[in-house]
Each structure stands twice: as structure tokens, then as C-alpha cells.
Design a protein around this ligand. Structure first.
Ligand SMILES: C[S@@+](CC[C@H](N)C(=O)[O-])C[C@H]1O[C@@H](n2cnc3c(N)ncnc32)[C@H](O)[C@@H]1O
Length: 332
């Protein structure tokens, strides 16, 4: 409800104060909203059932950091005019002056989602989780949790190994939301978070420190060149990264995931639904790219991710949709 109220309020404000910035979205028909509501309820049921089966603790379902949201919300509101302005001027490379651009690939140096500073500041990292929660009407964490059942199932292959030896790498970890979930489900595993953004990795550190948990190994690196040895990791996850990459980079990243995984290691991906599997949500998918600067999303929604996974060398590929998320899993 709070997300919907924020969206309504920000759209009205934009219409009033910066009408040129208002994106030309299509109205979502009521029947589609009903389908969406139903798929959201299915996701909640699946989430609850997996918790009851003991795949992850019930505490994981109630981790909303209201205190942090209350602190961040005024900052988010104060940031809105800057974002509208950037959208009106179609300025998509408005990044902090202090960054050394040569440290990042060109496709990364943009204001994804029209976000202030792109992924390259503490300000951006601080607001990111709240923005994603608002975008997905509070369902972002439940969507991320869909990686846990296939990950846990895939890792059973290594059950003779001590749980302390299990290494799980989260690629494009951002603020580490998926890492926190994996940590709750597999408290003894060695976790690694990889991201290009030092500011986002700092958020991972802060949140684990705040919860008094062992901080994962945090690696600032390009997922196209993962700095780990061949055949060294049991599980790799990657959440909401693929749609932000050009096609060839998507393939490079999956190739790297394959290289670092041990034989029989498990790869689990979660990202936006796509047109081929969710044609009923076409308007919602298209509205997303009309509202936000997502330079590779148009290509992503029609891309054959299974073909990329296969081309990387993976076998036993499965896929499923949950609300607005598509999940793929495969074995090396
Ligand atoms: C949409 S966010 C997803 C973050 C997180 N996985 C989540 O669930 O919210 C994409 C993340 O991928 C990172 N990223 C983008 N391109 C990358 C690359 N080539 N290598 C490593 N990280 C990258 C960004 O810095 C950002 O933190």
C-alpha cells in the first residue's frame, strides 16, 4: 500500500511540477492488474510454504527495515526533482566527477533507472533498497528468495563436504540482499559478494555488521572477469543483473559463472520476466522501460537466456516465473 501511495503521489507531483518529464505509459487494464494480483499471491504462498518446509527461517520473511526506510524516505523525496530534471534533459551519464571512469566498462557508466550518481555513490547505495521495494510493491525480497529453493537443492550434490567449506558467490550483489537471504538459509557457508560498485559493497558490509553477522568476502570486480580460480565455487547466484547488461556481456558473465563453478556446481539466476513467458504482462514490461532509463532492458525482454546458459556450457537447465521474476537454474 505504501509503495502504491508513493507512486501515486510522485506521479501527481511530477505532472504538476515537471510535466515534460512524465513518461508516456500505457494504462494497465483491470484484467491484467487482477492477473498480477493473483501471481503476487502465488508468490507469497510459495514463499510461505518454503519457509514452513524449513528451507529458510521465518525471520527472513519479516526483515523490512522500517527504521532505515523512514530515514531514507525524505532523501528519496528530495532526490525526485533532480531525477525528473535528468529525465527531461535525457541526461543519462550524469555521474559523480570524482570517479575514475577508466575503472569501469562503458555500458556501466550510466544513470540506470535515472538514479542519481548511477551506481557510483554512497547516496545512490543508501536509497537503492527502498527504491526497489517501492518499484515491486514490497515484493522484491520475496522475489529474490525464489533463488533459495533451487540453490539449496543444487548444493545437495556437495552434502558430503563440510558446510563451512561451501562457497557461494553472488554476482552483481548490489547492497547484498540476496547474500543476506543465503546467509539465513546457509549460516555456515562461505559467502562472496562481487560488484563493480565500492559504495554498494560498503552497504553490504554495513548491513552484515549491523546484524552482527560475519561479513562476506566482498570483491570489487567486473563480473566479466571474476577473480577466482576455475572450478573453485559450489554455487553462484545472480539477481537482477542480466537486464542491465548488453547481450554479449550477458554471455561473458555466464561464461565466467561456468568457469568458476566446480563440476556439478549450481547456477541460479533471477531477473525480470520476459515477453516470451509472460505475454499477459506485456504492458507492465513495456511501461517499465518507458519510465526508467534501462538501456539494455528492451534487448533483455526478448533475449533467450536459456540459450546463453547452454552456450556457457551448463546442463539440466530449468526455469520458472514468480510474479515479476523469472528464475533460471542449471548445473555445470
Ligand atoms: C539492479 S542491481 C542488482 C543488485 C542486487 N543483486 C539486487 O538483488 O538488488 C545491479 C548490480 O549489478 C552491478 N553490476 C552491473 N554491472 C556489473 C558488472 N559488469 N560486474 C559486476 N557488477 C555489476 C551494479 O553495480 C549493481 O549493484
Amino acid at each position: 500500500m505504501a509503495s502504491l501511495a508513493h507512486k501515486e503521489m510522485s506521479t501527481r507531483l511530477m505532472t504538476l511540477l515537471a510535466p515534460q518529464g512524465r513518461p508516456a505509459t500505457e494504462i494497465v487494464p483491470f484484467t491484467i492488474l487482477k492477473d498480477l494480483q493473483e501471481s503476487m499471491e502465488n508468490l507469497m504462498e510459495a514463499d510461505w510454504a518454503d519457509m514452513e518446509m524449513g528451507l529458510y527461517p521465518s525471520s527472513l520473511l519479516f526483515t523490512t527495515s522500517w527504521r532505515k526506510w523512514i530515514q531514507c524516505y525524505p532523501l528519496l523525496c528530495l532526490d525526485m526533482p533532480t531525477t525528473w530534471n535528468r529525465r527531461i534533459r535525457r541526461n543519462v551519464t550524469d555521474l559523480p566527477n570524482c570517479i575514475n571512469k577508466s575503472n569501469y566498462p562503458n555500458y556501466y557508466l550510466q544513470n540506470f533507472h535515472n538514479q542519481t550518481d548511477g551506481y557510483l555513490s554512497d547516496h545512490s547505495a543508501n536509497l537503492y533498497d527502498l527504491q526497489v521495494e517501492i518499484l515491486f510493491n514490497g515484493m522484491a525480497d520475496a522475489m529474490r528468495r525464489r533463488i533459495l529453493p533451487p540453490l539449496l537443492f543444487g548444493l545437495k550434490h556437495f552434502k558430503l563436504q563440510s558446510p563451512w567449506q561451501m562457497k557461494i558467490l553472488d554476482v552483481g550483489t548490489g547492497t547484498g540482499k540476496a547474500l543476506q537471504q543465503i546467509n539465513a538459509a546457509l549460516p555456515h557457508a562461505q559467502l562472496i559478494g562481487l560488484d563493480l560498485s565500492a559504495a554498494y559493497l560498503q552497504q553490504v558490509k554495513n548491513s552484515f555488521e549491523q546484524d552482527r553477522k560475519t561479513i562476506p568476502q566482498l570483491v570489487q570486480a567486473n563480473a566479466e572477469r571474476i577473480p577466482f580460480a576455475n572450478n573453485s565455487i559450489e554455487g553462484v547466484s545472480c539477481v537482477f543483473l542480466l537486464h542491465e547488461l548488453p547481450t554479449e556481456v550477458r554471455q561473458n558473465v555466464l561464461n565466467e559463472c561456468f568457469r568458476v563453478l566446480k563440476p556439478s556446481g549450481i547456477l541460479v539466476l533471477a531477473d525480470s520476466i520476459q515477453l516470451a513467458h509472460s505475454p499477459q504482462f506485456r504492458v507492465i514490461i513495456e511501461n517499465f522501460r518507458r519510465i526508467f532509463h534501462e538501456p539494455y532492458y528492451y534487448d533483455y525482454i526478448s533475449d533467450d537466456i536459456t540459450a546463453h546458459i547452454r552456450a556457457a556450457g551448463f546442463e539440466r537447465i530449468s526455469e520458472e516465473s514468480h510474479f515479476l521474476t523469472r528464475v533460471w537454474y542449471a548445473t555445470k
